[in-house]
Design a protein around this ligand. Structure first.
Ligand SMILES: NC(=O)c1ccc[n+]([C@@H]2O[C@H](COP(=O)([O-])OP(=O)(O)OC[C@H]3O[C@@H](n4cnc5c(N)ncnc54)[C@H](O)[C@@H]3O)[C@@H](O)[C@H]2O)c1
Length: 344
């Protein structure tokens, strides 16, 4: 298949493109390059070929950008809750309007399959019960609200010629050359390695489902290969039931892998997002899919990357690995304007 992947310079996209290329697909990337400064490591064996990448803001794409592709995998957005809260208006422009426009143009250009990286953050606030794709959503942030709006609006475009599928990913973890430390497991591992302390930002009670980025790549790959009737218009939680943890359980796993580190709690109510998700549907209805990673293996993977690259506090603090820091830097240094368009 000829596939256009947006967000190929991001945390997930950077691992997805080689994953799809290694499985025989032809991949073209599209990215505006917000985090281009950050590259934690190189792993040639896992990067067969870098995709040709169109450097463009997704708000400026035209129908012609989609001509000749069989499928679009749409990852490029302002990704995560704090980033969305920083500037909700721009978040809606990019994540909601921009994403819907991409789907409209892809459809108009004759692309027949559209895979959208949604998020379990759409559930927002749960009672602790397992939430399925049929459960009501309670998005708490601009980022999560946009995910729900895109699912709704792109869902309306689905017909016999246009198969869209919505993958509600759990919170990702795992090593990527385009590393991110603003997600819980990666952050706790980096704190453990660099400070010997595992400091939670909440009291540790909120629930969070986790999924390794390679399992996200596998879900996308399987959604590209699945018969359209199995996935058309469907929502899938991406993860596995056993990978729902309270934050303090994640901290304990990190403490087992990074021995000799103290676990400390933050204030109660420091993070009100809490949800636990059921992943039975993807396990039974997305042909060929299964998760291969758990949180402990992810922490071990990170420890070995930290060892290999001589990871230290300076690297941990580097702006390009924390999305909000990097976007603020680009704005403060006048490289992008208030709407996050690059200045000429
Ligand atoms: N990482 C997670 O925990 C997680 C969980 C659930 C869902 N997701 C979703 O998966 C997708 C990818 O996530 P990620 O972690 O790789 O994010 P990321 O922030 O690491 O990468 C996103 C990429 O999109 C690009 N981008 C952002 N705005 C753009 C614009 N206006 N035009 C063109 N390119 C733009 C950025 O330059 C970046 O390279 C996102 O949609 C995210 O919401 C991520």
């Amino acid at each position: 298949m000829k596939i256009l992947v947006t967000g190929t310079e991001g945390y997930i996209g950077c691992r997805l493109a080689p994953y799809l290329i290694a499985r025989g697909h032809e991949v073209t990337g599209l990215d505006t390059g917000f985090y281009r400064d950050g590259w934690l490591y190189t792993q040639p064996s896992k990067m067969p070929v870098s995709p040709r990448t169109i450097l463009k803001d997704l708000r400026n794409v035209a129908e012609g950008d989609f001509a000749g592709f069989d499928a679009v995998v749409h990852l490029a957005e302002l990704s995560n809750d704090p980033l969305g809260e920083n500037n909700p208006e721009v978040t809606f422009r990019i994540n909601h309007e921009g994403s819907v426009r991409i789907a409209q143009m892809a459809k108009a250009a004759g692309v027949s399959r559209f895979i959208y990286a949604s998020s379990c953050s759409a559930y927002g606030l749960g009672s602790g019960d397992f939430l399925s794709e049929q459960s009501p959503v309670h998005p708490q942030t601009a980022y999560a609200k946009c995910k729900v709006l895109v699912e709704r609006d792109v869902g309306r475009l689905v017909d016999d010629r246009f198969c869209a599928v919505f993958l509600r990913n759990a919170t990702a973890f795992g090593a990527s050359p385009r590393m991110r430390f603003d997600i819980v497991l990666n952050d706790l591992c980096a704190r453990a390695w660099t400070t010997r302390e595992i400091t939670m930002t909440s009291d540790g009670s909120p629930w969070r489902p986790l999924v390794h980025i390679e399992d996200i790549c596998e879900a996308i790959y399987r959604a590209l290969e699945a018969p359209v009737d199995a996935i058309r218009g469907e929502i899938f939680n991406v993860g596995q039931n056993s990978e729902n943890y309270r934050i303090r359980e994640i901290a304990d796993i990190v403490a087992q892998v990074f021995e000799g580190c103290a676990v400390t709690a933050g204030p109660p109510g420091g993070d009100n997002r809490s949800y636990r998700v059921a992943c039975d549907k993807i396990a039974t209805r997305l042909p060929g899919f299964r998760c291969r990673w758990n949180a402990r293996q992810g922490a071990e993977e990170l420890r070995s990357v930290f060892e290999r690259v001589g990871f230290d506090r300076t690297m941990y603090q580097f702006r390009a690995y924390t999305r909000l820091k990097q976007l603020k830097h680009l704005q403060q240094t006048g490289q992008v304007d208030a709407d996050l368009f690059w200045r000429e």
